[in-house]
Design a binder for this molecule. Structure first.
Ligand SMILES: [Zn+2]
Length: 336
């Protein structure tokens, strides 16, 4: 049963058992409240806190669906230590509008961190996440998917870190999900990211790209759900053994990296882009990877772009219509 909670001081993160909270945030510019869904299951004993978040962007569905399924099926009595906190949908106004950013203030939640208690609604929700949820977590899982513009090979992700011990812990946590790839991403994507804030707070922080195109990916939903359970097993919240969530036929999981934005492949001309290699496949330097067609000159061949490196096709432009200068493909190299 939903518990409408206000003020937030009444949230109970510690008692044994599970609670479904609805945390209200006063809307900007209208007489209404946005309700943030918040699930807390505690063992009532010390231990690690795993925090899983879906719907940081409102048009990505694998996180919300996978985490909703997880909560529905979860037996809080199975917790042997610590606690699970789940926000199945974080940017609720964006989710309700099926768009990336909030229609209330136009803000992208994943650029709003650490948030601002005196700001517009997205900043206030980010502040709540930072102060009340990230602060309590040991492990933070922020489940994303490619948006409507790009298809990304299904992957978990984490930020490039210099400390080899932290790198090892991030990698082993990310591999628990079973995705074929784990991508190391760069800090150059902007500021105010949820994951960067969590990482700054010293949390083991994992992101993902579990689908694309505002759809609901079959495997993406399963990885969000089963992968989070594996993380709970790994960090001692559950006694059950780790489950292999890799797709049948996968030879091994790979850690890949292309953090140099300057080397992402861009379109030399405008037109209709055509992938010449499949997403997630291995290509060698010089392989034709994308062709851009100019249909005003349909009598001429398209402009062919070649791979500048040996590596895995991590990302391709999904919407065919392409402007000159837009990224059309990203090829990533395998790393340890
Ligand atoms: Zn996203």
């Amino acid at each position: 049963m939903l518990i409408d909670i206000t003020p937030i001081e009444k949230l109970d993160f510690d008692s044994k058992g599970a609670r479904f909270y609805s945390v209200p945030f006063t809307s900007d510019g209208m007489w209404a409240r946005t309700r943030l869904p918040l699930y807390v299951a505690s063992s009532g004993k010390p231990g690690n806190t795993v925090l899983a978040i879906g719907g940081t962007h409102g048009d990505e569905y694998e996180g919300p669906v996978g985490l909703k399924n997880l909560i529905q099926e979860f037996d809080p009595d199975a917790l042997v230590s610590g606690r699970l906190i789940v926000v199945p949908v974080f940017n609720v106004p964006a989710f309700n509008a099926a768009q990336r950013a909030s229609p209330q203030d136009g803000i992208n939640m994943n650029r709003a961190f650490p948030g601002n208690a005196a700001g517009s609604i997205t900043y206030r929700m980010a502040r709540f996440m930072t102060d009340e949820l990230l602060s309590r977590a040991d492990v933070v899982i922020d489940i994303h998917s490619g948006g409507v513009g790009y298809e990304i090979a299904r992957c978990m992700s984490f930020h490039k870190v210099d400390d080899p011990e932290m790198h090892k812990r991030f990698k082993e946590t990310a591999f628990l999900f079973g995705t074929p790839f784990t991508m190391i991403y760069t800090g150059g994507m902007g500021t105010g990211l949820l994951t960067e804030e969590a990482e700054k707070m010293g949390k083991i922080t994992i992101g993902s790209e579990l689908g694309f195109g505002a759809s609901t990916d079959y495997w993406g939903v399963r990885w969000a759900h089963q992968g989070t359970l594996n993380v709970m097993r790994h960090f001692g919240l559950l006694n059950s053994p780790i489950v292999d969530n890799t797709k049948p036929g996968l030879d091994r999981q790979r850690l890949i990296e292309n953090t140099d934005i300057d080397r992402w492949i861009t379109a030399p001309v405008s037109g209709i882009s055509e992938p010449m290699v499949e997403l997630g496949t291995y290509v060698t330097k010089g392989t034709p990877v994308t062709r851009i067609h100019d249909f005003d000159r349909w009598d001429e061949p398209g402009v062919v772009i070649h791979a500048d490196v040996d590596g895995w096709v991590l990302c391709r432009k999904f919407r065919a219509e392409t402007e000159q200068g837009e990224v059309v493909m990203v090829i990533a190299e395998e790393v340890d």
